[in-house]
Design a protein around this ligand. Structure first.
Ligand code: WTA
Length: 682
């Protein structure tokens, strides 16, 4: 049994499941009042971005930016699949997000920070203040740390304004920032420090989460040790204080290594640092993401193409105007936050809300109070959040005072019933919804309705964005005809400006992961021979709308967070008594999918099942982070295996999901399947 067969089974199960549960839905239309004010209402836009105008059409996005030197060429495809965008152009991302707005919007809020502690009033930071803070931080990075363009710095920061200030200060100097999601463990941060070759770690002492001021500095100590063990030394750990002047962590500072950023900044008060004129192709940041192997990949995003793409899509899909107050509830530690809390909205001079804590703290109505207090009119969240809010207070939002013109969902498929609740209760039937499909590697949205032009269809991400031409392949590499309603592998035929340049330090893995399978001719210089493979299953309906069915590879999407099953398995295998581990995705009403773990023990192990379960949970938290904790851990006598010794994860997934295990007679140890089924299902 090969992986291919496993994939096909999953696609088939998905297709059947969806056909039953998700009927073709009727359309919803945007209101006239939305259409009247929308940024993009040209019905010919898709024609303008038609294939015959590719790649020149993307000038429209690039022209939304301010360039120090204009680019010579839109797209250079001379070395597939290493595309180059807007070559010859010189640009600075920080300048575009901050400096260029000063003339017009100096005293308008760039960010509004909302503490999880409701008694602490929101803090608005104007574009002028942001400019000052970013310049001072850039001076510190340059003069205290000695950092320069092209160096990498690892950030492990939670949702406070220190994070975007640090990112923008890096961008100002051309330093490549690599922000690690704050919820990830110290060990994860350490691995990413090592992979990116960072000599500095920028972190904080503490932050609020679910009512607790948690010690974050302790993770820095683990991270530095892990990086050291892997061969990378960290010179200094820069620590932002959650409350400047007061140290809020129990873990002590390490003398000679740890310094408080807010103390150091005093030396740089009033300093201004000229934004570096970066090549359009200079890397802007790394964002580590899970893949099919245990090692996360450093998705390397370019400056010009990325910024152009997130700006264009923020304008046309998010419909962001400078006068909007926009709130994306994602975490800046994920790509959604980079593109659609920081870079996209700021490039458009919007006011972007940064909320520190969990949406449900102290109660389910917190999001609506925040939205009302700040006058949020564009709201952006995940289906998991929608489902969680619905479960607790299905009728509550409608009573709330919020008035959204626009709402986005991202990160996972949203089932029609949750979509309709979002539309009716949260949007009060007035807001448009954009179900946006994309990935860390993509930089920005690939599929979504254009809110003033396309009708909404619950359960479908919608058509491809202008300039994006998808194709769905079956397992044998045949193109499924457009509108076939058949499940296959979602690919994009053409390059677009937001796609990653490569995987940091691993060009081979980049080619192998995204292009090898469907490349028509490895020697070809024609982009048409190099479709991008997304790793998602999808089907295209007759109307050209795409339904995303979920991952076809070893990635689990938990609450819209991407986790690699191999990463979790590797974590389980660090428990001494565990001989084998297999992780499967199990459907979950709220989170979409959750990881369930099967482990078998080394011969002669005397450990109790309870002890193993505890140790496995702890290992997942230590090695990856709390989000990777399995929903259940099963200690089984043996794993179902093929005759060649491969663990049959498909069989385990069927058991966990209460599905038929299918024909298992060819397994090397078929009898174990029934034992496991009884153990798991009772
Ligand atoms: C899934 C998040 C269905 C998909 C931006 C993809 C979605 C993975 C949607 C990427 C959507 C994202 N409908 N599924 N609208 N958006 N996904 O890299 O499986 O964290 O491959 O990027 O999330 O997750 P990532």
């Amino acid at each position: 049994m090969t992986d291919k067969t496993v994939n096909r089974d999953d696609a088939a199960a998905n297709e059947a499941q969806i056909a039953v549960l998700w009927q073709e839905e009727s359309y919803f239309k945007p209101s006239q009042s939305f259409i009247d004010q929308a940024n993009m209402k040209d019905p010919d836009i898709r024609k303008r971005f038609g294939e015959e105008n590719f790649p020149e059409c993307y000038r429209e996005y690039a022209d939304m930016l301010t360039w120090f030197k204009p680019y010579d060429q839109v797209l250079d495809t001379s070395n597939p699949p290493f595309w180059k965008w807007f070559t010859g152009g010189k640009i600075n991302a920080c300048y575009n997000c901050v400096d260029r707005h000063l003339d017009k919007y100096r005293n308008k809020a760039a960010f509004i920070f909302v503490s999880e502690v409701e008694d602490e009033p929101p803090v608005a930071m104007t574009y002028q203040e942001l400019y000052v803070r970013v310049n001072e931080m850039a001076a510190l990075l340059r003069d205290y740390c000695g950092l320069k363009a092209g160096d990498r710095v690892t950030l492990h920061l939670p949702m406070t304004l220190d994070l975007p200030i640090t990112m923008l200060a890096c961008a100002r100097l051309g330093i490549i920032h690599s922000q690690v999601f704050g919820g990830f463990s110290g060990k994860s941060a350490g691995q990413r420090i090592q992979d990116s070759g960072s000599r500095y770690l920028i972190t904080c002492d503490a932050y609020w989460r679910s009512g607790h001021l948690i010690d974050h500095k302790e993770k820095a100590d683990v991270a530095v040790q892990e990086a050291h063990d892997l061969g990378q030394e960290v010179d200094k750990v820069l620590v932002w204080q959650r409350y400047p002047g007061k140290y809020s962590a129990a873990t002590p500072m390490v003398e000679g290594r740890d310094v408080f950023v807010n103390d150091l900044l005093k030396q740089y008060r009033g300093q201004r640092v000229a934004p570096e004129q970066m090549d359009a192709e200079a890397p802007l940041f790394l964002m580590y993401s899970s893949g099919t192997t245990g090692k996360p990949k450093g998705c390397q995003h370019r400056t010009g193409g990325y910024l152009a793409y997130v700006t264009g899509t923020s304008k046309w899909v998010q419909d962001i105007h400078p006068e909007d107050t926009y709130w994306c509830m994602a975490d800046i530690g994920w790509i959604t936050g980079h593109s659609y809390i920081v870079y996209g909205p700021l490039a458009l001079a919007a006011t972007s809300v940064v909320y520190e804590g969990v949406p449900t703290y102290p109660d389910m109505n917190r999001p609506w109070r925040i939205a009302d207090q700040l006058g949020v009119n564009i709201f952006h969240t995940s289906p998991t959040a929608v489902r969680a809010l619905r479960r607790v207070g299905p009728e509550e939002p409608i009573k709330g005072p919020q008035h959204f013109k626009h709402m986005t969902t991202v990160g996972e498929p949203i089932e029609p019933s949750a979509w309709r609740w979002y539309y009716e209760q949260i949007g009060k039937g007035q807001a448009v919804i954009c179900d946006t499909w994309w990935q860390t590697e993509n930089g920005g949205f690939l599929c979504s309705t254009l809110p003033a032009l396309d009708k909404m269809k619950p359960g479908s991400a919608g058509p491809a964005l202008p300039g994006v031409y998808p194709v769905i392949y079956d397992e044998d590499g045949n193109e499924l005809p457009a509108g076939s309603n058949k499940a296959g592998n979602m690919c994009i035929r053409n390059p677009w400006p937001g796609i990653i340049q490569t995987i940091w330090g691993d060009d081979k893995r980049f080619v192998k992961t995204y292009f090898e399978r469907y490349c028509k001719n490895p020697d070809s210089k024609d982009w048409r021979d190099w479709p991008y493979m997304s790793g998602d299953g999808a089907m295209e309906a007759k109307d050209g709308y795409f339904r995303i069915l979920g991952r076809i590879d070893d990635v689990i999407n938990v609450s819209g967070h991407r986790l690699g099953t191999k990463e979790i398995e590797s974590a389980c295998l660090t428990v001494p008594d565990v001989a084998e581990a297999a992780v499967v995705a199990v459907n979950d009403e709220i989170k979409g999918k959750v990881p369930e773990v099967y482990v078998s023990l080394a011969a002669g192990s005397k450990a109790s099942s309870d002890a193993i379960v505890k140790a496995v949970n702890q290992a997942c938290e230590d090695m990856i982070g709390k989000i990777a904790k399995p929903s259940r851990v099963h200690v089984v006598p043996d794993m179902p295996k093929t005759r060649s010794g491969k663990i049959m994860r498909r069989v385990l997934a069927a058991i966990s999901n209460g599905r038929d295990v299918g024909d298992v007679t060819t397994l090397a140890n078929a009898s174990v399947v029934e034992d496991i089924r009884k153990q798991v299902q009772g």
